[in-house]
Design a protein around this ligand. Structure first.
Ligand code: EPZ
Length: 419
């Protein structure tokens, strides 16, 4: 198994460019199933989750041609089955996104029980209710779910709580449904706007993307299209937090700063020193950080995917920070690992921790539980004294492309080794 070996407390400086957004690319690639025409998708991050989705698409018969780096030409004309391979789908929560286009076009889709996940239960009840609302029947077996529908009919669907991929799944169903669909309490993430923009370029009739109220007029046929994947706001935020935590002059380029307003607000409130440009943020050394509290929230609130990196930052700030993770019930357990490194974090309940800073961190043997806690451990190891070893780095490779090479260019002493 591969692991990272990191020698921390090295001065960092330089420029790092964000890649295409994982949480946009997965949906845009799935949308290619909605048409028999070619779809050309570029700026796709070369990360494990994308490779798993491409394997799933090819497994059902989608033709996938590699263009230049990060560019793919997809064609779904030759689909030969509508059941997702369990061995691959279980590695990728986002694979459920493929079910909607398969159901919409072929009237059938089978997907496995979503495997366990360290950040939370990841229930699928809203998806099941949504499939039924559009006229599908759902049979649950020990292995997973079997969906079938003679016809997908537009409907009014109210989300009981905001769900990003459930919103995207219902959009992918509604675009080819018979009649009109209204979505209420839809997620408003920028990745949803990007999906709607791509589908509208293919001929869909979607209004209200990025707002809680969406209206979709179903049509009978979608043409192919082209899409350049939007910048990864979570990569950008993760690198900005690294710069602030390492108190190092790092410039993060290729971002859309408008996607991270609450992060900039909290970094400024904490006393971080940075300059925002049209498509970059330049982190500069500061006179020390003050503790600030945060509550994760659906977009445009503070993203849950930046919560773990921000907690590492707060271990370096003076004072007490209350961190409230409102979205997932299992997304704070990495705090114990940071405490082993010397942090002072008290877990109040599965949704809240109090961080007391500043604390000197020392290198330790770490295991990455999920993508975002994984990058938080990399950040902690980079600012800690001494050497850290991080295991299970597949989790980090799921969301951050060639992260060690890109961090080495900033002066980080990080190596990928095969144990
Ligand atoms: C998406 O996950 C992202 N993944 C997550 O990023 C992100 O953390 C999350 O949205 C929140 O922003 C992708 O886009 C591929 P949700 P998703 O449905 O859609 C509950 C990363 O690290 N819920 O918005 O699966 C759920 O338990 C990943 O890149 C139900 O109760 O998250 C959670 O409490 C991690 N029933 C809340 O909704 C359902 O049927 C929000 O989750 C579905 C969800």
């Amino acid at each position: 198994m591969e692991k990272f070996v990191i020698r921390g407390d090295k001065p960092l400086q330089g420029e790092i460019r964000v890649n295409g957004a994982k949480n946009s690319a997965l949906k845009i690639l799935a949308a290619a199933l909605l048409t028999d025409d070619d779809c050309r998708i570029s700026n796709v991050p070369q990360i494990e989750d994308i490779f798993r989705l491409l394997e799933l698409l090819e497994d059902i018969g989608v033709k996938v041609k590699n263009g230049s780096r990060g560019e793919y030409l997809l064609n779904a004309r030759g689909i030969k089955k509508s059941s997702l391979s369990p061995s691959i789908a279980q590695k990728l929560k986002g694979s459920i996104l493929m079910t909607a286009p398969l159901l919409a076009r072929y009237g059938r889709a089978d997907f496995p029980q979503p495997g366990g996940c360290v950040i939370g239960q990841r229930p699928r009840d809203i998806f099941i209710d949504g499939f039924k609302a559009f006229g599908a029947s759902v049979r649950e077996t020990a292995k997973g779910y079997s969906l079938s529908a003679k016809k997908i009919t537009g409907t009014k669907f109210v989300f009981p709580l905001v769900s990003v991929t459930a919103t995207e799944t219902m959009i992918l169903l509604a675009v080819l449904a018979k009649g009109k669909t209204n979505l209420v309490n839809a997620a408003c993430e920028p990745e949803i706007i990007a999906l709607a923009d791509f589908l509208n370029k293919m001929g869909a009739k979607i209004k209200g993307a990025g707002t809680p109220f969406m209206e979709i007029e179903g049509i009978s046929h979608l043409a192919g299209g082209e899409c350049e994947i939007m910048p990864d706001r979570i990569e950008g935020g993760s690198f900005a937090v690294l710069g602030a935590a390492a108190n190092s002059p790092i410039k993060i380029t290729g971002i859309n700063p408008g996607h991270l307003e609450v992060l900039w607000f909290l970094l400024a409130k904490a006393g971080a020193n940075f300059e925002l440009g049209k498509d970059f943020v330049k982190i500069k050394p500061s006179q020390g950080l003050k503790a600030v509290g945060l509550k994760t929230h659906e977009y445009p609130g503070f993203p849950t995917d930046l919560q773990a990196p921000f907690v590492v930052l707060m271990t370096q700030a003076s004072g007490l920070s209350l961190i409230h993770e409102t979205i997932f019930e299992g997304r704070l357990f990495y705090a114990d690992v940071l405490n082993q490194m010397g942090a002072k974090i008290i877990m109040c309940d599965p949704h809240r921790v109090v961080v007391q800073g500043p604390a000197k961190l020392s290198g330790r043997h770490l295991i990455s539980p999920d993508i975002r806690a994984g990058i938080a451990m990399v950040i902690a190891a980079l600012i800690a004294k001494g050497e850290s070893v991080i295991e299970n780095i597949y989790q980090i490779d799921r969301g951050y492309e060639r992260i060690e090479e890109r961090l080495q260019k900033l002066g980080a002493d990080i190596k990928r080794i095969n144990s």
